[in-house]
Structure formats: C-alpha cells, structure tokens
Design a protein around this ligand. Structure first.
Ligand SMILES: Cc1cc2nc3c(=O)[nH]c(=O)nc-3n(C[C@H](O)[C@H](O)[C@H](O)COP(=O)(O)OP(=O)(O)OC[C@H]3O[C@@H](n4cnc5c(N)ncnc54)[C@H](O)[C@@H]3O)c2cc1C
Length: 297
C-alpha cells in the first residue's frame, strides 16, 4: 500500500525541526530511519500530513565518550552502534542488544532515537538501556529536558514527549571495572522481535560479593520492566546456583506478560527464568574480565 500524501521537510538545525513541529502540531511526525514509521504509514495506521526528517541535521549521529558516559546522537544508526569499538569495549550489554535487532538492512537504517520513541514493548534497546541506567536529552519549544528510560517510555508505543519535543542524545554511564553486563533475547526465528529478553548488569567486590545489580526484562510487559525484587535477593550476597535459581523465579514473577502470536503468557514467564539464569552466569564471567560472545550462543 502507498502512504497518504504528505509534505516533506528536511531542516538543517534542531531548532528548525522543533519550530516545524510546533507549527504543524499533531499533524506532523518526526522521521528518523523510517523503519517503524514508514511501514505504519504504508498500512495507513499513521497518516501524518507533515514529515520532519532529522537526516539533514549535522552532529546527530556521533558516538562520543565524555564524563564517564558514552553519548549517542539520536540519529545514530543501529549498525554504527554495533560497529563502534567504544561500545564493544565499554558497553557489552548494549552491543549484545543492538546486534540482535532485526537484520542487517534494519540495522543499517534504524536509529537509537527512533527505536526508543517508537517504544515497541518487544524492542531491544529499552531493556538494555534501562539496565544500564541511560538517560535521554530532549529539545522542545519549552527548552531542554533529561529523562530516564522509564520516564521517557510510559506505555506500549507511548512516550512522555510533547508534540514538538525531539530526542537529541542518549547518554549511557560506563560501568566501572569489576562490573559485567549482558543482554539475551529469545526469538522465534533470526531477525524477529523478542518473545522475551533479559538484561543484567552486575558489579562485584573483590571477594565476589554482588555490590550492585540491575535486571531489566523485555517483551513481558507494556514497557521494559526492572525486576527489583530479584535484584534485592542478590545484592550484598555471593551468587551461587541456589540463589541464582531463587532470583530467576522472582524475576519470572515480576514479569507481566500477555499471550500473543509469539507465545502464551505462561511460556514467556518460563523463558524469563531461563534467560535470567543464563544471563547472570555470563554477566558474572564478564565482571571477572572474561570475554563471552552472546551472538553465537
Ligand atoms: C522487519 C523489522 C524487524 C525489526 N526487528 C526489530 C528487533 O528485533 N528489535 C528491535 O528493537 N527493533 C526492531 N525493529 C524496529 C527497528 O529497530 C527500528 O529502527 C526502530 O523501531 C525505529 O527506528 P527508526 O530510526 O527507523 O525510527 P522511525 O521509524 O523513523 O520513527 C519511529 C518513531 O519514532 C519517532 N522518532 C524517531 N526519531 C525521533 C527523535 N529523535 N525524536 C522524537 N521522535 C522520534 C517517529 O516520529 C516515529 O514515531 C524492526 C523493524 C522492522 C521493520
């Protein structure tokens, strides 16, 4: 199907993009990589009269290290994140997640900002970025804001962004030495969205005690979920198989899945427990400095 007719703008500054969004209000939409919006327009599930393409704005697709963070321009493509040596060295969980998005064609066009704002409950970036404690910077006619991931994504396909607000950058804190992270996803076939996914970032003291942990679950709720009670079970303890199983059961209980074409709610809950135990093992190895490849598990 063809989309409904629209007027196309390609502003050269963020301020001009915000100005166009303010002018056209709810009839306008931002276009980034087009990997979610264009299919929706072709199906006529979205029919914006004005498309504001961010592709003409300089500096929106840089990856930089600054002040203990890695900062991504909102228009950074998944493939650029995947290939970044900074991401591979310092944010292995994010590298896992981005490598598992769709296929090469999708990753060559889809962007980090678009992926977050589209807010698909089965998307891969939100759970990984939630576990990493990332924040997003935005710009609107009211000025700049910084939001945590759970403040940005408030429901399935819904964000807290105002009508003329754009995501400008995504800021991810670099985990300290002695911290290991991993993102695992179960999909029905290569390139599909997750049936369930789990991100774990764990920090260990010298004696192996867990000093800090963040667990995020994907595709088992309307948004990515922090499994805070499972985290609580592990914090301050040395992780063994018995504790790992207890925490996995707790993470399953904290999932809030619904049955759909990808599987029953019960099946997804079970998957969370299995993925969690695998993820915890890998995160512990990575915290100890071991290299573990998750893409070819
Ligand atoms: C076949 C297929 C398979 C896929 N598989 C996966 C997968 O396995 N895992 C996964 O996570 N994703 C998957 N995706 C989605 C993919 O990651 C998209 O890239 C992403 O969802 C949207 O990014 P985009 O840059 O293409 O955004 P667009 O499609 O251009 O925009 C998406 C939405 O975000 C808004 N938007 C975009 N950028 C901004 C911004 N900076 N500020 C404010 N609003 C903005 C747009 O207005 C629109 O509402 C898949 C997509 C397809 C088509």
């Amino acid at each position: 199907m063809y989309p409904q007719e629209f007027e196309y703008f390609c502003p050269e500054t963020l301020e001009d993009a915000v100005g166009l969004l303010s002018k056209y209000g709810e009839e306008a939409r931002v276009l980034a990589g087009g990997q979610s919006l264009i299919p929706l327009m072709k199906l006529r599930l979205a029919s914006p009269k004005y498309l504001i393409h961010l592709g003409g704005i300089q500096g929106l697709s840089t990856i930089e290290e600054q002040d203990g963070m890695i900062s991504f321009g909102a228009l950074t493509r998944h493939a650029e994140v995947e290939e970044s040596s900074l991401v591979q060295a310092k944010l292995p969980m994010m590298h896992d997640a981005v490598s598992m998005i769709g296929d090469v064609q999708i990753r060559n066009l889809g962007t980090i900002g678009g992926c977050l704002v589209h807010a698909d409950p089965a998307g891969d970036m939100a759970p990984a970025l939630l576990a990493l404690g990332a924040r997003v910077n935005t710009l609107s006619s009211n000025g700049k804001r910084t939001l945590k991931i759970h403040e940005l994504i408030v429901d399935a396909y819904s964000t807290d962004l105002g009508e003329d607000e754009v995501v400008t950058r995504v800021l991810v804190p670099i985990p300290q030495k002695g911290s290991g992270g991993v993102y695992l996803k179960f999909e029905r076939r290569a390139g599909d969205f997750a049936v369930a996914s789990v991100g774990v970032q764990i920090s260990l003291q010298k004696d192996g005690t867990c000093s800090e942990i963040a667990v995020a679950l994907g595709a088992v709720g309307f948004t990515a979920i922090r499994a805070r009670k499972a985290e609580e079970l592990l914090r301050g303890k040395q992780v063994d198989d018995v504790l790992a199983k207890q925490a996995a059961d707790q993470a399953s209980a904290e999932a809030d899945p619904f049955s759909d074409i990808r599987g029953s709610a019960e099946y997804k809950r079970h998957l969370v427990g299995v993925l969690f135990q695998r993820a915890l093992k890998i995160a512990l190895k990575r915290a100890g400095g071991e290299e573990v490849d998750t893409v070819h598990l």
